[in-house]
Design a protein around this ligand. Structure first.
Ligand code: V1S
Ligand code: CA
Ligand code: ZN
Length: 391
């Protein structure tokens, strides 16, 4: 039976491409695209596919991707697939300028490695987000989902933070053809820098990022509360920096009042939400302490406004946690309650450490380093900035 807190059902469409499951960033890389396949397997075994339309589409073309990205950079991404990556050769030199394959200080791990099938991967996840945006613009659906999208760090001519093509910017540009104002909300533990930069001076896109902002945390020097946008975009970039250990209660003490005010002053006609699962408790890279229910409350809160909603993935490095989270959020989008017991399915062994339950416990020993006064100060500054947009 379908039920949901605001009493209204939503028409949901869902994009999934199994070719993404076999994408491999390299042996020790943190990003494991198979987590999207795990989420899909869970979604299917809970029977949720019956409640959504499947969005079948083609990969995004070079032309569509060049709507945001530099032509030379798009050419490089295509060549990584066709020629392979020749270490020490001309290709290495060319790729470095675009931040693909740059060797880090530790000389071991690379954030944006070149790998076989890279261009195909980018085309597929960007194609999903573009098709999702078009489905929302057609007004045939209320919510569109692409868990393989959400690559918020990619810039005009550079890869960054595991992201090569910024499917979010491409989807927002498509939405802007049909909607006057688009709101972007980013609950990934990292700052949504690529999206913020792309629309920094726009009065038609408001970007809001909640993120961990601690010394040296990626991306450095981004996402301060004082970064509010420029020119016509002034006060339309919103940043909510957080310290380690943020729990559900504290997070929602910020998220709900800030997002209510954003909805009030900006009045978006469409919402794009990046649901990175690295803000969950126990993530391998992030240090916040959200439960799956707390993370999903952000989705249900944004859903409750009844504005066309695009849900995207993003980070998430403890793969059983992120797969469980995106499955639960799919159920929230549909408006269906699902059982806490993980059904028997092809990936069920991954959930042994969480007792085969969807909802795993948060870290009770992790201290919340966000003091009441820090929270009050941050919230008050953000709300004050937003008041500048009041008519
Ligand atoms: N934090 C972090 C982190 N960990 C890694 C990493 C780990 C293992 C590898 F094999 C390769 C890389 N890189 C980083 C960060 C980038 C985080 C990107 C998050 C992406 C997202 O979740 O927001 C959206 C999908 N990079 C850095 O901190 C840069 C370095 C400064 C340190 C790490 N080394 C690997 C590169 C340079
Ligand atoms: Ca964020
Ligand atoms: Zn992240």
């Amino acid at each position: 039976s379908q039920s949901c807190p605001d009493g209204a059902k939503r028409r949901v469409c869902y994009y999934y491409d199994r070719a993404i499951a076999s994408v491999d960033y390299g042996e020790h890389h943190a990003m494991i695209p198979r987590r999207v396949d795990m989420a899909h397997a869970l979604i299917r075994s809970y029977g949720l596919l019956r409640d959504m339309d499947r969005l079948r589409t083609r990969p995004a073309t070079a032309e569509e991707i060049s709507g945001f990205h530099d032509g030379g950079y798009v050419g490089l991404l295509q060549d990584v697939t066709s020629e392979g990556f020749k270490a020490g050769g001309e290709m290495t030199h060319r790729a470095k300028g675009f931040n693909v394959g740059e060797v880090s200080e530790d000389h071991v791990s690379i954030d944006n490695p070149p790998f076989a099938g890279l261009w195909d991967y980018c085309q597929r996840y960007a194609g999903g987000s573009l098709a999702a945006a078009r489905a929302l613009a057609s007004e045939e659906v209320d919510i569109a989902i692409n868990w393989s999208g959400g690559m918020h760090h990619a810039c005009h001519k550079t890869a960054s933070g595991f992201c090569y093509v910024n499917d979010i910017v491409i989807a927002i540009m498509e939405l802007l053809r049909h909607f006057r104002r688009v709101l972007y909300v980013d609950i990934d533990v990292h700052h949504g820098d690529g999206v913020e930069t792309a629309f920094i001076d726009s009065n038609r896109v408001m970007t809001v990022s909640f993120h961990q902002r601690t010394k040296d945390f990626f991306p450095k020097e981004r996402g301060f509360v004082s970064h509010v946008g420029v020119g016509k975009g002034q006060y339309r970039a919103v940043n909510v920096p957080m310290n380690k250990g943020m729990n559900d209660e504290a997070y929602h003490g910020m998220f709900k009042p800030i997002m209510s005010k954003v909805m009030d002053v900006f009045k978006p006609e469409a919402i794009v939400m990046q649901c990175g699962g690295d803000s969950l408790s126990g993530d391998r890279l992030g240090h916040l302490n959200l439960s799956i229910a707390g993370h999903a409350q952000c989705v249900s809160f944004m859903r409750s406004f009844g504005t066309p909603l695009l849900l995207l993935g993003g980070g998430g490095y403890t793969i059983n946690h992120v797969a469980a989270c995106w499955c639960y959020e799919t159920a929230v989008a549909i408006g269906k309650e699902i059982n806490d017991d993980i059904p028997v399915h092809c990936y069920d062994m991954y959930y042994e450490s969480q007792g085969y339950k969807l909802h795993y416990p948060v870290d009770k020993k992790l201290k919340n380093n966000n003091t009441d006064s820090y929270m009050a100060q941050t919230k008050s500054t953000v709300l004050q900035n937003l008041s500048e947009l009041e008519a």
